[in-house]
Design a protein around this ligand. Structure first.
Ligand SMILES: Nc1ncnc2c1ncn2[C@@H]1O[C@H](COP(=O)(O)OP(=O)(O)O)[C@@H](O)[C@H]1O
Ligand SMILES: [Mg+2]
Length: 465
């Protein structure tokens, strides 16, 4: 097959990077080592095991009957690989601990059926992106940060095999005549591959994951995105049915936070969610999910967020959760919030609480309702209780930079007061954003509503001392 020939690109003298004095894979293959192989460091197979794995993998490939292979289901393929590897181990008298044996089989299966060294990351629900820069460098993004991993491919042709396996599944191929390819993994993840000579230092594979696990509030606390006290405060606000607006830029973590806050809605309440593209993953038993529909080719049949908000009001919701306000649904939403549908949650694309209010006002004006400006602001100020501002910091971390109460009107303008802020003090040498979260010392005017709803906040939570 043409694969091997095509693989030869981009491999240049990286062999020296291998530690000296190790037996070549050829030698070890002849005399398979004995267990236990995972003495000290977990997850870092000793080289003997790696060599054994490569040896078995080669033999496995020789034994596979490719004529039946194509027609097998994924599960059967896995079983078949397992059986062949087990048979090979027995034939060659290799003794392994149960742990090593399973790990070896798993790795060979990944090698044969999956994406080899990077397959493990596809099983880690926290990994958002997998970025391979030539065979020797694999980065992943987790919690919004890039990390260099220990994973590596044997050489560039090994990486090319994996790329080939991905793109051939969607009927594409990558070679010198088509050196840039887009594809998708079966789980929906988006893949791009670009190879030499366009990519100068070897094949580059970029995988953007789809359906990564949602973060929970504990994750956010651990990631220093918010303090435990602030989290308690927000949780109380949701429980007490305050209307909460989450504001932030693209990728700042609005949807993540909306999902977490929605999780605080008591399980006995009926929740209706409205989104342009369903992303929320609520765990409550009583959730109705609605999604908009774009117009068809003839330009008809569109169902907007506004249509859905209006419809939701006739569905006896206890709570309405709108993925993101962006259009004329804003009026209906505020009306609902002002007329007994408290505890609604939504997000908006804005860079500060002030900016968020300004954007909402613009959206209201664009609806064409003939309401005076002041009337609009009054409507907005009485609808909203709390604005949560999230921000993606220069070091890639996300922080809840402000929790602000909407207190009412002062003359012509909507008035707000900050209850918690993130005070940025600088940047460390490594680029990490420095600062601290602190209460401003102001107690929220809606504290009484929290108390009435049975929310117990820690003593002194609002004290700035
Ligand atoms: N507090 C956080 N810390 C680190 N990563 C986060 C945090 N919140 C969200 N993320 C990650 O940031 C990315 C964008 O989050 P998302 O909620 O979709 O943002 P938005 O809705 O504002 O565009 C996701 O990969 C998500 O897992
Ligand atoms: Mg979002």
């Amino acid at each position: 097959m043409g694969l091997r020939e095509r693989m030869k690109i981009g491999k240049k003298g990286r062999e020296e990077s291998e530690a000296p004095g190790q037996p070549s894979s050829q030698e070890t293959a002849q005399s398979p080592p004995k267990s236990p192989l995972f003495a000290a460091r977990k997850d870092e197979p000793r080289d003997e095991l790696r060599d054994l794995k490569e040896h078995l993998h080669r033999q496995l490939v020789e034994r596979i009957d490719y004529s039946v292979w194509e027609s097998l289901e994924a599960g059967d393929l896995r079983d078949q690989v397992t059986r062949v590897v087990e048979a090979l181990l027995v034939e060659q008298g290799v003794q392994l601990t149960e742990f090593d044996r399973r790990k070896l089989i798993e790795e060979i299966r990944n090698e044969t059926l999956g994406l080899g060294p990077i397959e493990q990351f596809l099983h880690d629900p926290m990994v958002a992106d997998i970025l391979v820069n030539g065979h020797g460098q694999v980065y992943i993004e987790r919690y919004g940060k890039l990390e260099l991993t220990n994973a590596r491919f044997r050489d560039d042709s090994h990486l090319m095999q994996v790329i080939d396996r991905i793109v051939s599944r969607v009927g594409r191929r990558v070679d010198e005549s088509s050196p840039m390819v887009d594809a998708r993994l079966p789980d929906g993840s988006r893949v791009n591959a670009i190879i030499p000579p366009l990519a100068i230092d070897g094949p580059v594979l970029s995988i953007r994951r789809f359906g990564v696990r949602q973060l929970f509030m504990n994750d956010l606390i651990r990631l220093n995105s918010i303090t435990a006290e602030m989290a308690e405060f927000i949780r109380g606000a949701v429980k007490a049915k305050l209307n909460v607006l989450i504001s932030g830029g693209t990728g700042s973590g609005k949807t993540t936070l909306l999902n977490i806050l929605s999780g605080y809605i008591p399980p006995e309440e009926r929740i209706v969610t409205i989104e342009d593209a369903a992303e929320l993953q609520l765990q409550q038993p009583h959730v109705v999910r609605l999604e908009t529909r774009p117009p068809n080719i003839e330009g008809s049949g569109e169902v907007t967020q506004r249509d859905l908000v209006r419809n939701a009001l006739r569905m006896r919701p206890d709570r309405i959760v709108v993925g993101e306000v962006r259009g004329d649904e804003v009026m209906d939403m505020f009306q609902a919030m002002n007329t007994g549908h408290e505890g609604s949650l939504t997000t908006i694309h804005a860079n500060s609480p002030r900016d968020a209010l300004a954007r909402l006002e613009t959206l209201m004006l664009l609806t064409g309702y003939s309401l005076p400006e002041k009337g609009m602001r009054e409507m907005m100020s009485s609808a909203l209780d709390l604005v949560v501002q999230v921000s993606r910091m220069s070091d890639g971390t996300r922080k809840i930079v402000s929790l602000s109460e909407v207190t009412g009107m002062e003359g012509e303008v909507v008035s707000t007061q900050e209850i918690f802020v993130f005070e940025r003090t600088g940047v460390s040498e490594s680029g990490e954003v420095l600062g601290r979260f602190r209460p401003t010392g102001v107690s929220p005017g809606f504290l009484n509503r929290l108390v009435l709803a049975g929310v117990n906040l820690p003593q002194g939570i609002f004290s700035s001392l």
